[in-house]
Design a protein around this ligand. Structure first.
Ligand code: AMP
Length: 289
């Protein structure tokens, strides 16, 4: 039988636990999540366990990052299953605050990260990164971990978090883990559970398209030669495209034409009612001798 994990719901209890570990000179890693855990989340727990003596996983479905028409109330929640998965993987503590603990009445402060938050997901979900930045700032200040681990699946998000940590002098090292995928290439996501059987069968096409584009760009084709065609193919396969772009991975400035340096592909598209996001590095071309 899997042992039940210590779970706490208040900042006060969290700080007491962290203080006890600190008094024993133990290092602490934080893994923020919204629950409905899958192997992608658990891979971040593995990284945390390797890099620190103690791992705290936070589970909080953050209302501030959902627009009124989005899926906050239907977002998958399964505390029991999450708890079992985390016990098995090795976690020291689950911090699962209730709404009032994070957003007390009259809560009126928000963190916004300019520039990086404006393009890609920030353009179509203008509320999103403000909500993420505010809650992550709070979680970091509540736990004061040595490291915090985020997934490359949400590439723009981890860049924004790196920036806010730097700008606000929060003493934590941000670590990023690679995207964990299903066997057919679909990036794991708690929202994949929403996909109908038909849409689930079509969903890996997004990653296949990114791989295809990446190979073509790496072989010297231009964005103009590759992206419009890829968009048409995705549309024909049933995707409604939010964006499909090539960006500098350090600052999210769009890249057009032939790829000559670091570049990353970013995609968001809706299948049925489910929004999928994915991203992939474009390998740098070898220079001909
Ligand atoms: P979420 O619960 O969706 O807010 O995600 C919590 C953390 O897990 C974020 O840092 C995500 O980037 C990360 N994550 C989600 N899906 C994956 C995945 N497929 N591979 C790696 N990390 C992921």
């Amino acid at each position: 039988m899997v042992a039940s994990l210590p779970k706490i719901r208040t900042v006060r209890a969290l700080r007491a636990r962290v203080k006890a570990w600190r008094d024993d000179s133990e290092t602490i890693a934080l893994v923020p999540t919204m629950g409905a855990l899958h192997q992608g989340h658990l891979s971040l727990v593995d990284i945390a366990n390797k890099k620190a003596d103690r791992t705290i996983v936070t589970i909080f479905v953050n209302p501030a990052q959902f627009a009124p028409n989005e899926d906050f109330s239907s977002y998958p929640r399964d505390e029991k299953r999450d708890n079992a998965a985390l016990s098995e993987r090795g976690t020291d503590l689950v911090f699962s605050p209730n709404h009032a603990e994070i957003y007390p009445p009259d809560f009126s402060t928000s963190v916004s990260v300019g520039g990086l938050s404006e393009g890609l997901c920030g353009a179509s979900r203008p509320h999103f990164f403000g909500g993420v930045a505010t809650v992550v700032t709070k979680l970091l200040l509540q736990a004061l971990p040595d490291i915090a681990v985020f997934g490359e699946k949400d590439y723009q998000q981890q860049l924004i978090i790196r920036r806010l940590v730097r700008d606000l002098n929060i003493p934590v090292k941000i670590v990023t883990g690679p995207i964990i995928r299903e066997a057919d290439g679909l990036a794991m996501s708690s929202r994949n559970a929403y996909l109908s059987a038909k849409d689930r069968a079509a969903a890996p096409r997004l990653y296949q398209t990114l791989r295809d584009i990446s190979a073509k760009l790496a072989s010297g084709k231009t964005t103009g030669q590759v992206l419009p065609r890829a968009k048409r193919q995705l549309k024909a396969a049933g995707f409604e495209i939010d964006y499909l772009e090539v960006m500098d991975p350090d600052n999210l400035i769009p890249i057009k034409g032939r790829i000559t340096g670091k570049a990353r592909l970013f995609a968001a598209a809706t299948l049925g009612a489910t929004r999928l996001i994915d991203n992939l590095a474009v390998p740098q071309r070898r220079r001909a001798r």
